[in-house]
Design a protein around this ligand. Structure first.
Ligand code: THU
Length: 130
C-alpha cells in the first residue's frame, strides 16, 4: 500500500463524516502491520463535546477487532471538499494513538509523510505510571 493511496482512502472516509455542527469533514485510514486498513470519520453530536474524531474512530474500530500494531495513519480534512491543506491530528487523538504506535509510526497528511514523534515528542506513556 502506497502512502498516497492510504491518503486517498482517508479522503474517501471523509465522505461519511457526520459533521453537521462544524461543517468540517475528516477521514482517517489506519494501516495495520498485518496490512489491514481501518477507516474512520469524525462523528459529531448535538452535545458537541461527545464528538469523536476520525482518527479515534479508526483506531477504536481496529483495537475492537483485536488489531493493535500499526504502521501508519493518513488523515484528510476539509470544510469545502478541498483536501490539499494538511489536517493535523488533535492532541486527544495523538494521545490515543500513542498507546499503540512507535515514534516512527507514519502520519500521512496532504503535505507528505511525517513521523509520530514530530507531533508528540514527549508523550505520556505507561512507564510514567509505574
Ligand atoms: N477533527 C477530527 O476528526 N480529527 C482531528 O484530529 C481534528 C478535528 C474533527 C472534530 C470535529 O468534528 C471537526 O473536526 C472540527 O473540529
Amino acid at each position: 500500500m502506497k502512502y498516497s493511496e492510504l491518503f486517498q482512502l482517508a479522503v474517501k472516509a471523509a465522505g461519511n463524516s457526520y459533521s453537521k455542527y462544524s461543517g468540517f469533514s475528516v477521514g482517517a485510514a489506519l494501516l495495520a502491520e498485518s496490512g489491514e486498513i481501518f477507516t474512520g470519520c469524525n462523528i459529531e453530536n448535538a452535545s458537541y463535546s461527545l464528538t469523536n474524531c476520525a482518527e479515534r474512530t479508526a483506531i477504536f474500530k481496529a483495537v475492537s477487532e483485536g488489531i493493535t500494531e500499526f504502521k501508519a495513519i493518513a488523515v484528510a480534512g476539509s470544510a469545502d471538499g478541498d483536501f490539499s491543506r494538511p489536517c493535523t491530528p488533535c492532541g486527544a487523538c495523538l494521545q490515543v494513538l500513542s498507546e499503540f504506535c512507535s515514534d516512527d509510526f507514519a502520519v500521512v497528511l496532504s503535505d507528505g509523510v511525517h513521523s509520530f514523534s514530530e507531533f508528540l515528542p514527549k508523550r505520556f506513556t505507561e512507564d510514567k505510571i509505574k
